[in-house]
Design a protein. Structure first.
Length: 362
């Protein structure tokens, strides 16, 4: 295999190339996400094509940052794609050679290969010179819901088939939400819609996790929705907003990105109703799988002390299995530069990002 920069024609059809990758494509490598991070002014985006003799090439979206005196580090969000570990490592090696020629000192990967299907995968990756690192894309463990139906996508028959495929608790909660008068709409992602959803996120996040700025989320949601790659969902009960969510998709896969609900009893059942509408939206798009984006590791699914226990129980009501990925890994390309980065540069850049932009570095 060898890697090269994408041609202008390939850049123009980038999403189609990503969707044709093994696994059906990752929205984290799609045009909307790469362009958003680039236009923030804090990332450089690279589009790389890995040629495979006798096989279809693999498209790799890269987000990079330039570090003074060290060069660039390259991040392959939720990737690279590959049906097996050897393919993932060979693609990474090709990208690494290309990155090294462009002055990069580090490549970060986040393989989307299920640990259950590839026993010992993390150790195998480490044995090839990779080093465990902080994750960037937020779902090292997740719940995947099949949304493919035999009936025509978007039809009433498809909805009935999809509902029947869900767990009993999810079905009951969805039906109860309807009886209780919870109405879910697909919102237009206006400034007002985005402000309402962000307010819900703030209420949910209070004292639990750090949010980026409202401007960041608004630009994210609106950009994706303009391109047809995302959708804002809002749930009301008796005219009162009780929950909201945002989902995005590319190729055969859709992904739950953000969501929140009021803590009052009026919001009971709204989260299940929201996810049901998201699943219907995913089916209408022709997706085969919906990623609920985040859960405890499978071996801690029932551990009530895990911070994601409640979230995991909710998501497992749709589909019981948790999928674990091997994690995030660094491949040093310049050992001396990498040593400086891990000992000092990474900490300095993170603190600078929080102080200057009030935003996480990654």
């Amino acid at each position: 295999m060898f890697a090269r920069s994408a041609t202008p024609a390939e850049v123009a059809s980038w999403d189609e190339l990503i969707a044709s990758n093994p696994g059906g494509g990752e929205v984290w490598m799609g045009e909307s996400y790469l362009a958003l991070k680039r236009d923030e002014g804090r990332y450089i985006d690279h589009r790389v094509i890995v040629e495979r003799p006798g096989k279809c090439p693999i498209a790799v979206g890269v987000l990079a940052k330039r570090v003074p005196l060290l060069g660039e580090w390259w991040h392959l969000p939720a990737g690279p794609a590959g049906d097996d570990l050897e393919t993932v490592l060979a693609v990474t090696s090709a990208v690494a050679s290309h990155a090294r020629k462009r002055g990069a000192f580090l490549v970060k990967i986040e393989p989307r290969l299920a640990v259950a299907a590839h026993p010992g995968i993390a150790d195998a990756i480490r044995s090839r010179g990779f080093i465990d690192t902080v994750r960037v894309i937020p779902n090292p463990s997740t719940v995947l819901v099949s949304v493919a139906t035999e009936a025509a996508p978007g039809s009433e028959a498809a909805q009935a088939e999809l509902l029947a495929s869900l767990g009993k608790k999810a079905r009951n909660s969805i039906n109860r939400a309807k009886r209780d008068g919870i109405v879910v709409t697909r919102a237009d992602a206006t400034d007002a819609d985005c402000a309402a959803l962000y307010a819900l996120l703030e209420e949910t996040a209070e004292g639990r996790f750090v949010l980026r700025s409202e401007q960041y989320y608004r630009e994210f949601w609106q950009r994706f929705q303009r391109r047809g790659d995302g959708q804002v969902f809002l749930a009301h009960r008796d005219g009162e907003l009780v929950a909201g969510a945002f989902a995005m998709g590319l190729g055969a896969k859709t992904t739950y990105k953000d969501g929140a609900s009021v803590r009052a009893k009026s919001g009971y059942g709204a989260s299940h109703a929201l996810q049901w509408e998201v699943l219907c939206w995913a089916n209408e798009r022709g997706a085969s799988v919906h990623d609920l984006c985040g859960a405890p590791p499978a071996d801690r699914a029932d551990d009530k002390t895990h911070p994601l226990h409640g979230v995991g129980q909710f998501k497992r009501s749709f589909s019981p299995e948790i999928t674990d990925y091997p994690g995030a890994f660094d491949l040093p390309l310049n050992p001396r530069a990498y040593a400086l980065w891990t000992k000092l540069g990474d900490r300095v850049m993170r603190r600078l990002s929080l102080a200057r932009w009030k935003d996480p570095y990654y």
